[in-house]
Design a binder for this molecule. Structure first.
Ligand code: ADP
Length: 170
């Protein structure tokens, strides 16, 4: 049984004052477009210095850094799968992102975490499928016990928010 709350809101994730925000990064961890670029811009150049020490990240894995100029204390960087039609292990890799991020958060004792919609931008994962994996995996993971009590899905568009709200309410 989980006592955590799961919420979807429309927000720029870089503005959220939570213990950790999640970055949908690429495997180099050296910055990119989309939410990754926004996080690096908002956190400032010291983030890139710390990221260089991490030696990249595999698809489905997660590594954390400090949050620097962000209101969030930390950033958990994860690498989502590129959508290749859905038969190339993408759902398992996406689920792994959510599990590993929550694993890192729990190991650090974080209570609040915010996720962007991993893989659904440049990486092309269909939003309905991705939101279903995101919500189901977070629920499963928190049911096993965690320091995390508050999960926010930060949706960048009104359309994405509607999808998450439908999945959360289902
Ligand atoms: P990926 O490469 O994993 O697909 P993207 O950054 O291209 O990552 O997109 C992931 C999601 O993040 C998309 O839904 C995109 O609209 C959203 N996004 C982009 N900028 C922000 C932001 N500042 N805050 C929250 N979500 C964002």
């Amino acid at each position: 049984m989980t006592t955590a709350t799961l919420n979807a809101i429309r927000a720029d994730i870089t503005t959220l004052a939570v213990d950790a925000i999640v970055n949908a990064a690429n495997s180099s961890l050296l910055g990119g477009g989309g939410v990754d670029g926004a996080i690096h811009r908002a956190a400032g150049p010291d983030l890139l210095h710390e990221c260089r020490l991490l030696a990249g990240c595999k698809t489905g894995d997660a590594k954390f850094t400090r949050g620097y100029r962000l209101p969030a204390g930390h950033i958990i960087h994860t690498v989502g799968p590129v959508w290749r039609g859905g038969e190339a292990g993408e759902p398992a890799q996406l689920a792994s992102c959510y599990r590993r991020c929550l694993g890192v958060a729990d190991a650090q004792g974080f209570a609040s975490i915010a996720f962007p919609s991993i893989s659904t931008g440049i990486y092309g994962y269909p939003i309905e499928n991705a939101a279903t994996v995101a919500v189901a995996t977070v629920r499963e993971e928190l049911a096993t016990g965690s320091s995390v009590t508050e999960v926010t899905f930060a949706c960048f568009s009104e359309a994405d928010l509607a999808v998450y709200q439908a999945v959360l309410g289902a």
